[in-house]
Design a protein around this ligand. Structure first.
Ligand code: FAD
Length: 392
């Protein structure tokens, strides 16, 4: 029966919170509070200064947000929907904060947790979960992006040791990391290596002049005859499926996270157009503005609904990589659309860091490209429905 006495909450129009368990709701509220207290008041300055304070890792660790969907070794072992909801709230603050948590949990901790030796797990995971050690994930190279199998970084045997040589590019947290998971070609195929970044021959240089994801550190890593013990290789996987399985974990966080950036832009536009008066009434009172707000509201809620649905599939063990591509591709595209619309609705104010919209809009350009570009996910969907690969 339809309830005509209830008014929808503009901040949760479809009452999607009702789809979350009590624990998942609690996670969302706790992270939202952290974002309101520690990220939103400062992130404009971090963005302007092109920095992300390392101390935030400890804050995330305290709340159990690092590797929160993993079991054991100090990890919180929460549901996929809880992890996604944390990503959503974080990205409502800034995509850089969500990137930090995604890289740490899904790209650096996950391969150690899934494919690592007991010794590697004991050495790194508890400290990474606490935010005391920062991780990064080195897959992309200057000449190898969407086609990671073409990587040139090599690991060759020298007695019991491995010697790594090559260059990794666009590596989030590369220059502040304590440990890097580096993927390299070996005689057996692509393998992952757990590299203590203090090892001789590991060099990382922060990439400057980014106009997107500025509150996130991105680096180039040069590996110059990095000698590692035999025990540094991840024993549990050989082949490109190793890094791709990590990317699937991280893309899952993104399909939730993008909803947070979109929601924050929608809320900023709603708030601004209710306050701002032109032609004798609030901008929100004009039909053109209401058309935009209604369109944004629908996109944000639809994307959130999709994310929760995919999260529930993941928790049931039934989520496929192509479904993750569906979510990553569409939710990021929707978020970009909402951010660009909001940018215009704020007029001149929309181009400053006083409001979040241009920061989100610029950040989402990176989110559109990393973890599989929009085109790569389109090709994944094309292959899934036609059974014909069109990548090459
Ligand atoms: P390319 O692969 O050169 O693609 C350029 C364009 O060509 C894109 O539009 C692409 O969609 C298109 N294209 C490529 N192939 C096809 C095709 N077959 N058909 C049609 N179009 C195609 N990498 C890591 O390993 N670790 C990280 O932590 C990390 N962090 C990042 C942080 C930021 C801020 C950014 C921007 C990137 C990061 N990356 C990271 C790298 C990211 O994953 C790559 O940028 C991405 O995979 C795309 O690779 P590329 O930039 O080399 O573009």
């Amino acid at each position: 029966m339809t309830n005509t006495t209830l008014t929808p909450d503009p901040q949760d129009f479809l009452a999607l919170e009702q789809l979350l368990s009590e624990e998942e709701r609690m996670v969302a509220h706790t992270v939202r509070q952290l974002v309101n207290e520690k990220i939103k008041p400062n992130v404009g300055e971090w963005f302007e200064n092109h920095e992300f304070p390392k101390e935030m890792a400890l804050e995330f660790g305290k709340l159990g947000m690092l590797g929160m969907h993993l079991e054991g070794y100090g990890c919180a072992g929460m549901s996929a929907v809880a992890y996604g909801s944390a990503c959503l709230e974080l990205e409502a603050g800034d995509s850089g904060a969500r990137s930090f948590v995604s890289v740490q949990g899904s790209l650096a901790m996950f391969p150690i947790w899934k494919f690592g030796s007991e010794e590697q797990k004991q050495e790194w995971l508890p400290r990474m979960a606490a935010g005391e050690a920062i991780g990064c994930f080195g897959l992309t190279e200057p000449d190898s992006g969407s086609d990671p199998s073409s990587m040139r970084t090599t690991a060759r045997r020298d007695g019991d040791d491995w010697i790594l040589n090559g260059t990794k590019m666009w590596i989030t947290n590369g220059s502040i990391a304590d440990v890097a998971v580096i993927w390299a070609q070996t005689d057996e195929g692509i393998r992952g290596f757990v590299v203590d970044t203090r090892t001789e021959g590991y060099q990382a240089r922060k990439i400057e002049k980014k106009l997107s994801l500025r509150a996130s550190i991105t680096a180039e890593i040069v590996l110059d005859n990095v000698r590692l013990p035999g025990s540094a290789a991840l024993p549990g996987v050989v082949g490109i499926k190793g890094p791709l399985s990590c990317l699937n974990e991280a893309r899952f966080g993104i399909l939730f996270g993008a909803v947070g950036a979109a929601r924050d832009c929608y809320e900023a536009a709603l708030d601004y157009t209710l306050q701002r008066t032109q032609f004798g009434k609030p901008l929100a009172g004009f039909q053109l503005t209401q058309g935009k707000l209604a369109d944004m509201l629908i996109r944000v809620n639809r994307a959130h609904l999709l994310a929760i649905h995919l999260g529930k599939l993941k928790d049931a063990g039934n989520l496929t990589p192509a479904q993750i591509s569906f979510g990553k591709k569409d939710n990021v595209a929707q978020a970009l659309h909402v951010a660009r619309e909001a940018r215009g609705m704020l007029g001149a104010s929309g181009i400053t860091l006083e409001y979040p919209v241009i920061r989100h809009m610029n950040n989402l350009e990176s989110v559109y490209t990393y973890e599989g570009t929009n085109e790569v996910h389109t090709l994944v969907l094309g292959q899934a429905v036609t059974k014909i690969g069109a990548f090459r």
